[in-house]
Write a protein that binds this ligand. Structure first.
Ligand code: VG1
Ligand code: CO
Length: 543
């Protein structure tokens, strides 16, 4: 029972991506792999002795083993207290809330989010700072640098820890506090939304389904929708978190949330459907036979925010990631509030929220959130929608048509080419980069190119600049094509093509998005030569 200093050798592949370090489970299980990364985090953040740490994960394979290692290392590194979710469970937004509420110096969240789990799946680890948000680029770079030079780590050896037992115990001088992962979060939600009016909506027979996809939101959704809001039993599907997510891909989109999509597009479909991802920060919103794009969802929430108690005073401003559609920009303009366009990844929103510049933000990738925490928040978005519906008493589809009628419709789609050979993906990007130099001013079909660039972001709060965030081809009429390489994959390279066009004419708002974007899709194919360079005739996932 003492702290041991263990000698180790660096690994070369521990650079955190869009949100933390994600690798196959087998990689994480290599001797010292996890330990090296955790020590690199502790060395980089240099939390003063006596600091508090929040710790939890999405329950995927290797979650509890990793929790034990991190607890032992936190004790070895002088933390005074670690707050852990029972069973090692904490959703990403719930962890963010706890860090803030308990004044922790930061938190470690174990998840590879929407990536599949299980013994042959993915594992991940990310550090969130004291504001509850993902580590800024400066810090993730520092962690990577440390990982390249590491020679030893500190770990406490010989202790008992029961992850199921609520309350306090000790590892050396450090206190471990096991808490109910749901209650603080549920309390926060109840403070933002009108639970009474949602309860009466559900009571009046409004039929909902929430698919937890055997991931972390199961216990949260059961507690809130069925227990506190009175949704009928069975409204929450796949609610038991499983180490392999039941063999599924815990990604709430039309391809992977198959069970839910089938129900919502079937006969006697419920009024409202929603799903979340592995770690609970994403959301998909469906109406009866109707899909809401995340970009539209953000715009609808922004336009109607004052209907919800937590946002009754109005919004300070809104932000979206660069590839997210411009639907919310139009709302910001109409509301006369500030609007920001940031690179992909939640960490850029945190600075704006901390500085009081924005209240709501979102990404096209099923991420929506507000300044109640510093992460995107799946269940929060679902509750927001239910609260709006409870006030407006309109269907999801009616709400969208009303919105488009007022603001116009931004047709939007993302085409993902997953697991490409790295070389092929790079070649496609180089092809686009080269083409971009002579495109401005040219007409491609009915679209005239206004400007092309490699998106870079100057953070107005901390003054940092982030370059190389994706190629943008912007057209005169506001349409856009964006090419970007994913930073979260663990196998090969994923190339994303984002397509957007604006349609003011209400008689065309009912068009299918792929149909409305047909010409832009073919222009994107021509510019990038993607079919020839990758041998793929079509994308892996179309959203
Ligand atoms: C993807 C999404 C991005 C999101 C990120 C993390 O990143 O596109 O919008 O912030 O995942 O989401 P990339 O680099 O693969 O495009 V999550 O739910 O993994 O925390
Ligand atoms: Co996630």
């Amino acid at each position: 029972m003492s702290i041991r200093i263990v000698e180790t050798q660096p690994f070369q592949d521990q650079r955190p991506g869009t949100s933390g370090l994600r690798k196959k489970v087998a990689v994480f299980m290599k001797e010292n792999y996890l330990e090296n990364f955790v020590q690199s985090i502790f060395d980089s953040v240099a939390a003063p002795a006596g600091s508090v740490l929040v710790l939890g994960g999405d329950g995927r394979y290797y979650n509890l083993e990793a929790i034990r290692v991190i607890l032992a290392m936190a004790s070895g590194n002088g933390f005074s207290r670690v707050i852990v979710g029972r069973g090692g469970i904490l959703s990403t937004p719930a962890a963010s809330n706890l860090i803030r509420k308990r004044g922790a110096s930061g938190g470690i969240i174990l998840s590879a989010s929407h990536n599949p789990g299980g013994e042959h799946g993915d594992f991940g680890i990310k550090y969130n700072s004291g504001n509850g948000g993902p580590a800024p680029e400066k810090l993730t770079e520092a962690i990577f640098e440390k990982s390249l030079a590491i020679s030893e780590y500190r770990i406490f050896e010989g202790f008992d820890f029961d992850p199921e037992k609520l309350g306090e115990s000790r590892i050396g001088k450090m206190t471990v506090e096991v808490i109910d992962p749901v209650s603080d979060y549920a309390e926060l939600m109840a403070s933002l939304f009108d639970f009474d009016s949602i309860r009466s909506l559900l009571n009046d027979g409004f039929d909902i389904r929430f698919d937890a996809m055997h991931a972390v939101t199961g216990p949260y959704a059961k507690e809130m929708f069925e227990k506190r809001l009175g949704a009928k039993p069975g409204s929450v599907l796949n609610f038991v978190p499983l180490p392999d997510f039941g063999g599924g891909h815990p990604d709430p989109n039309l391809t992977y949330a198959r069970d839910l999509v089938k129900i919502m597009y079937g006969e006697d479909a419920p009024d409202f459907g929603a799903a979340s991802d592995g770690d609970g920060d994403r959301n998909m919103i469906l109406g009866r036979h109707f899909f809401v794009t995340p970009s539209d969802s953000l715009a609808v929430l922004a336009a109607n925010a004052k209907l919800v108690p937590g946002y009754r005073e109005g919004l300070l401003g809104v932000a979206r990631s660069m590839p997210t559609s411009g639907a919310v920009d139009r709302v910001a303009k109409a509301l006369n509030i500030p609007f920001f366009e940031t690179p992909t990844g939640w960490k850029f929103f945190g600075n704006l929220m901390d500085a009081g510049r924005v209240t709501l933000c979102g990404e096209e990738s099923f991420g929506t959130g507000s300044n109640h925490v510093r992460e995107k928040d799946g269940l929060w978005a679902v509750l927001f929608w239910l609260n709006l519906i409870a006030v407006k008493r309109m269907s999801v589809e009616e709400i969208l048509y009303e919105h488009w009628g007022q603001f116009g419709r931004n047709f939007y789609s993302r085409h993902d080419y997953e697991d490409l050979p790295l070389e092929a993906a790079k070649e496609v990007m180089e092809t686009v980069r080269n083409r971009m130099t002579d495109l401005p001013g040219k007409c491609l079909g009915k679209y005239r190119v206004r400007l092309c660039d490699d998106f870079s972001y100057h953070d107005p709060i901390d003054g940092s600049t982030s370059r190389g965030q994706g190629f943008r081809i912007l057209f005169e009429d506001g349409s856009r094509i964006i090419f970007r390489l994913s930073g979260t994959g663990t196998q090969g390279a994923t190339l994303r093509i984002y397509l957007e066009s604006f349609e003011p004419d209400p008689s065309r708002h009912g068009l299918d998005a792929q149909e409305a974007l047909r010409e832009l899709i073919s222009i994107a194919g021509e510019i990038s030569d993607i079919e020839r360079k990758t041998g793929r005739e079509k994308p892996t996932v179309i959203t």
